[in-house]
Design a protein around this ligand. Structure first.
Ligand code: FES
Length: 283
């Protein structure tokens, strides 16, 4: 099997949808949108939390793998402690991952489901390995840890696919135009204080609003997954994304609520006769 196509095939596997939908309902019931879920997304960090946490179990388990392989009797206690630390840190890592997973598009959720299943299998194998070691069955414990490492590697492969092929968790607004000089924009209608208006400039879309301080705009591709902010609504001085309800402050583009973690680029607008001009505000 060509490893390069595994993630693509999983994304197209509609047969996974009943499990994806049931799991989605479960995550929504346990983790509704709000401050707790925003903390798990990493809104407070300005960066997704899940990929940062994954370093902990991966690091602990990889170190235990080395001790098991070449350490001999002397490093057995250290290997056991590392496996226990890996299991303990895998749990918050999984919860943060589930929060992110529930706000992805369906194809990514299919791959994400298998990614999660691999990692939960790895965690269970390492937990049983620890029990076996405690009971003196060291050889069996080491074999279980090797099986856990294999499952974690498969999970890591799919996590890499989600991040680097699909861009899950990557700032989708990173390509916003720099517009250092005032540049004319084309507006789809008059700017209002009630809802965003689509503006286009330099082959990019902005979402313009008439605020109490004058006209202003945000880059229109939401930093979470690229949702169309020009189709969003205005809530308390923020644009709310129509796809997963992230809210960005018009003043400075900051994230008021997730799942987005990266701020939205802000553009200053001014009128010059009939023309509307925009330039990017330095962050
Ligand atoms: S695309 Fe998900 S919140 Fe905007």
């Amino acid at each position: 099997m060509d490893l390069r196509s595994v993630g693509d095939r999983l994304e197209a596997s509609a047969g996974l949808d009943p499990i994806v939908e049931a799991a989605h309902r479960g995550v929504d019931a346990v983790l509704p949108r709000g401050p707790v879920k925003d903390s798990l997304h990493g809104v407070w960090l300005g960066h997704p939390l899940h990929p940062l946490l994954t370093d902990l179990p991966i690091g602990f388990w990889t170190s235990a793998w080395v001790f098991d392989l070449v350490g001999g009797r002397r490093t057995q206690p250290a290997a056991d402690v590392l496996i226990g630390l890996g299991v303990a840190t895998a749990l918050p890592t999984a919860v943060a991952g589930l929060a992110d997973w529930s706000e992805l598009k369906k194809p990514e959720q299919r791959t994400g489901l298998v990614h999660a299943a691999c990692n939960l299998t790895a965690t269970a194998l390492y937990a049983v390995s620890l029990l076996a070691r405690r009971r003196g069955a060291r050889r069996g414990g080491v074999m279980l840890a090797m099986a856990g490492a294999t499952a974690a590697t498969a999970g890591g492969f799919l996590g890499g696919h989600l991040s680097f092929r699909r861009g899950a968790g990557v700032n989708a607004a990173a390509g916003a135009p720099s517009l250092e000089d005032w540049t004319e924009v084309q507006a789809a209608g008059d700017l209002t204080a009630e809802q965003p208006t689509a503006l286009s400039v330099d082959r990019a879309e902005l979402a313009g609003v008439e605020t109490s301080r004058g006209p202003a705009a945000l880059y229109a591709r939401c930093s979470h997954e690229g949702g169309p902010l020009e189709e969003g609504d205005l809530v308390d001085g923020c644009i709310r994304c129509p796809w997963h309800a992230s809210r960005f402050r018009m003043d400075d583009g900051s994230v008021v609520s997730g799942p987005a973690t990266a701020p939205q680029p802000v553009y200053e607008l001014r009128r010059d006769g009939e023309r509307l001009l925009a330039r990017r505000r330095p962050s």
